[in-house]
Ligand binder design. Structure first.
Ligand SMILES: Cc1cc2nc3c(=O)[nH]c(=O)nc-3n(C[C@H](O)[C@H](O)[C@H](O)COP(=O)(O)OP(=O)(O)OC[C@H]3O[C@@H](n4cnc5c(N)ncnc54)[C@H](O)[C@@H]3O)c2cc1C
Length: 289
């Protein structure tokens, strides 16, 4: 362990004050993503200054209204699953279940999963298409942003100096088809891994809403709005002509991705999308697959 100065505020006000005074400090919650990034073998290296935020009761709260579920950034993954298992969208809970093993899920937090700078981890895609919003706080101000706004278009952190994630708000919307798949390991196989998240609402044989996102487990995320618009309003099952049009549109969006996304990942994404489009149907009850 390096010789780091570690602050452990026990209230939001203390955190706001400390981060304002030491904006260069690294915010850490469960520390599991940072540990995993260093492969977990050998000494665990920390920067000179650390702001450890997981002892703050205000960041540990979960609440619920008729319209949304709200989760404090430092609530451990396992507690979100315990409390929200039957009410949270399956596309999200499945992404949480896919994080490591129970010991890690007891420590790792949602704030850390979304805030991790070098990779867009498991929940980034699902929370993007669910239109989840994130509260960012710093001394003297707070603001709500959509999940993709946590990073710039080129993948750099978009948080202001002294700002941190305090809450995540997930709206309740009825989706009768939900899908989540992570292939590979984000930390050890970033060149072949990806996540695929999809939400579809079908009513009387017509697709009323359609959303998909891929994350490539480096910094790249693809949510193709043109594809979503093309598919929305169409009847299920999709015709072969429509699927071919969607495939060609999606292929050109894949070509625009930055160089860190490999050809292998692009081909995987295209195959997954093709499979999903051909599997779309009128569900008899809410389906997760
Ligand atoms: C063996 C192992 C396997 C894992 N496998 C997976 C996996 O398959 N998929 C996956 O998604 N994750 C995986 N993880 C990583 C990790 O467990 C989760 O991503 C977890 O949700 C991270 O949360 P944390 O609180 O531990 O983050 P931390 O490690 O504490 O922080 C991660 C990053 O987020 C920033 N951060 C943390 N909290 C905030 C906040 N409130 N505001 C702003 N920035 C913040 C930190 O500055 C840091 O850069 C694995 C970890 C281990 C040890």
């Amino acid at each position: 362990m390096s010789d780091s100065k570690v602050f452990q505020p026990t209230s939001i006000n203390e955190l706001l004050r400390t981060y304002q005074e030491y904006p260069e400090a690294l915010v850490l919650a469960g520390s599991t993503a940072i540990a995993r990034e260093q492969k977990g073998d050998g000494p665990f290296e920390l920067p000179d200054m650390v702001l450890h935020i997981s002892r703050i009761p205000e960041l540990q709260r979960i609440s619920r209204t008729e319209r949304y579920f709200e989760i404090g950034s430092c609530v451990p993954i396992s507690r979100i699953l315990k409390v929200g298992q039957h009410v949270l969208p399956k596309v999200f809970t499945h992404a949480l279940h896919n994080i490591a093993h129970p010991a890690v899920r007891n420590m790792g937090t949602l704030g850390g999963n979304l805030g991790h700078q070098s990779r867009r981890l498991n929940t980034f895609g699902p929370l993007t298409i669910l239109d989840a919003r994130v509260e960012l706080r710093k001394s003297g101000s707070s603001r709500w942003v959509q999940v993709p706004r946590l990073f710039t278009k080129t993948g750099e952190p978009a948080l202001e100096t002294g700002e941190f994630i305090s809450r995540i708000r997930i709206p309740f919307v009825d989706w009768n088809l939900q899908f989540y798949q992570r292939i590979g390991d984000p930390f050890t196989k970033p060149k072949s891994s990806l996540t695929f998240s999809a939400l579809t609402a079908v009513e009387k044989g017509e697709i009323t809403d359609f959303r998909v996102a891929f994350t490539f487990l480096g910094r790249s995320v693809l949510r193709d709005r043109e594809l979503e618009t093309l598919i929305s309003g169409k009847k299920v099952p999709l015709s072969e002509k429509m699927r071919a049009e969607a495939r060609s549109l999606f292929r050109s969006s894949l070509m625009d991705l930055p160089g860190e996304v490999t050809l292998f990942q692009k081909q995987r994404a295209l195959r997954l999308l093709q499979w999903y489009l051909s599997a779309l149907h009128e569900p008899t009850s809410e389906l997760f697959y």
